[in-house]
Design a protein around this ligand. Structure first.
Ligand SMILES: Nc1ncnc2c1ncn2[C@@H]1O[C@H](COP(=O)(O)OP(=O)(O)OP(=O)(O)O)[C@@H](O)[C@H]1O
Ligand SMILES: [Mg+2]
Length: 491
């Protein structure tokens, strides 16, 4: 027993004899002695003894007063009191004062040693519990600061710890998680739990984390998760891969879309060129012209796709600066509408109408980019009106700004899709858009451009009835007109 105790007694004979006897019977015990309570207190302040044995009756400060001090100073140190024979009253007082036990003089050594051993044992246990508690607290504090979500599930399947990162990743607060069964807190847990690797030794890399989907409040999260068992359960640590995964999926879709989009014009170009090259087919002039037109048109389409991809990338990487010039919006709208009418001259099931007021405040911005926005929106309006219909483009002054709306009578957009279509490369399922092609970049570019012009692009639509895309732009404030003019000169 590697314990250290303090023996306090004014009886020097006892202080000589008792330690000897104890050392013989209690292997490895370390014993300090004090002849007075005052000296004892000094030692107790310095040393955290495993047990203290003190005489009750001492000159000066007596044992009961010392006991009182010990209780204040070292509340978890067990103290055994030695009382005179028959001093029941004192013994009771000592016990009331918090003594661990008492022994009467003459000391019955067997009883004394047994009691002292119990006291030391208890002290060691208390100390261990305290150390474990501190270690746990320390770990818990560390867990507060890690970026990984960490939670602890006990053997009963109840969540006992839920760190702030777990809260941040899942959106589930610790009050909702703590004390609840894990499958109640994490829907889908039963299905994924068997897939999660759980190690028995907490070594880095001892298990490979597994990526599993879990649903939180209707949103699916992909978590990279692994566990480690401990005496009362399993500690799980996880990271969210949702964003990385979403990006991966988007990339995959993009590649599929782009390769499909490239293949269609390429096939048309290739086919036309092959036909032109064949010697066994006699083509008249108009036949040749038709094929050359296909080649020219499809090449243009190819280069537009490439331009869009490059431009979207430019927008993202912040390499793009908008021009600032005074824009005559009415003239611009007329031009674009004329151009689009010419483009879709072959679609005699489509009519494009323009409604403009007599005058409108001038805008300052990038007219090329605004033109690009309007072209994209009208192009969509025509493309997604496979059965034809009217397209109305209207320009009007609104709340200190201008509003340009493009309304079609086409296939419309389901409510859930209305927000998504502005995403990069996002396309509504071709089965729903009746096979109309595209890269899904048009609206992304439009929204980004309008946003950079400090405006807003929004949509209203009803499936099967048609859609209206609305561009709202601020008009230039009166005081800014000089700046606009100056920029116009330098640009
Ligand atoms: N006027 C519209 N009516 C119905 N659906 C539309 C309309 N405009 C856009 N959409 C839907 O929004 C999606 C995204 O449009 P966006 O213009 O970004 O891409 P796209 O037309 O598919 O390709 P592109 O990059 O060639 O323009 C389209 O796939 C289509 O499903
Ligand atoms: Mg488009």
């Amino acid at each position: 027993m590697n314990a250290r105790i303090l023996l306090v007694d004014d009886d020097t004979a006892l202080l000589d004899a008792l330690p000897e006897a104890l050392r013989l019977r209690m292997n490895g015990i370390q014993i300090d002695t004090s002849e007075t309570a005052v000296d004892a207190l000094e030692r107790i302040k310095q040393t955290d003894y495993d047990a203290i044995v003190s005489d009750v009756k001492m000159p000066g400060m007596d044992g009961l007063a010392l006991l009182h001090e010990i209780r204040e100073l070292r509340p978890s140190t067990p103290t055994l009191m030695i009382t005179g024979h028959g001093e029941r009253e004192l013994a009771v007082q000592a016990l009331r004062g918090g003594a661990y036990d008492f022994v009467q003089k003459p000391i019955d050594r067997d009883y004394f040693i047994a009691s002292l051993e119990r006291a030391i044992q208890r002290r060691v246990l208390v100390r261990q519990v305290e150390e474990q508690r501190l270690a746990l607290e320390r770990h818990a504090r560390v867990l507060e600061h890690v970026d990984d979500g960490v939670f602890l599930v006990d053997d009963e399947g109840v969540i006992r710890h839920w760190n702030p990162a777990a809260e941040a990743i899942t959106g589930i607060g610790s009050p909702e998680a703590l004390g609840r069964r894990v499958e109640e807190t994490l829907p889908g847990w039963e299905a994924v739990a068997p897939l999660i690797p759980v190690a028995s030794v907490p070594r880095p890399g001892s298990v490979e984390a597994k990526v599993v989907p879990l649903e939180f409040d209707g949103r699916e999260l992909w978590l990279s998760i692994s566990g480690v068992t401990f005496s009362d359960g399993v500690v799980y640590a996880f990271r969210s891969l949702t964003e990385e995964r979403a990006l991966e999926e988007l990339k995959g879709e993009f590649i599929a879309t782009v390769s499909h989009e490239l293949r269609t014009p390429l096939a048309a170009i290739y086919g036309s060129a092959q036909t032109l090259l064949r010697e066994d087919i006699e083509l008249d002039e108009s036949g040749q012209k038709r094929l050359l037109d296909v080649i020219a048109q499809e090449s243009e389409r190819l280069s537009r796709i490439a331009d869009d991809i490059l431009f979207a990338n430019k927008l993202d990487s912040g390499q793009f600066v908008l021009g600032e010039k005074r824009i005559d919006l009415l003239a611009l709208a007329r031009e674009v509408v004329d151009q689009m009418r010419a483009c879709f001259a072959s679609r005699d099931d489509i009519s494009i109408d323009l409604e403009v007021p007599a005058t409108i405040d001038s805008l300052v911005g990038d007219s090329d980019k605004l033109r690009q926005v309007l072209i994209n929106l009208i192009d969509n309006a025509v493309k997604y009106s496979p059965d034809g219909g009217r397209i109305d483009v209207a320009v009007e002054a609104r709340d200190g700004g201008v509003r340009i709306s493009i309304r079609d009578e086409g296939i419309g957009i389901a409510p859930l899709e209305q927000r998504r279509i502005f995403g990069k490369f996002y396309r509504v399922d071709p089965a729903l858009t009746r096979g109309v092609g595209g890269t899904g970049l048009g609206l992304y570019i439009c929204r980004e451009l309008v946003r950079r012009m400090e405006g807003r692009l929004s949509v209203r639509s009803e499936e099967g009835k048609g859609s209206t895309f609305i561009v709202e732009l601020p008009v230039q404030a009166a005081g800014d007109s000089d700046r606009g003019a100056a920029v116009a000169q330098t640009a």
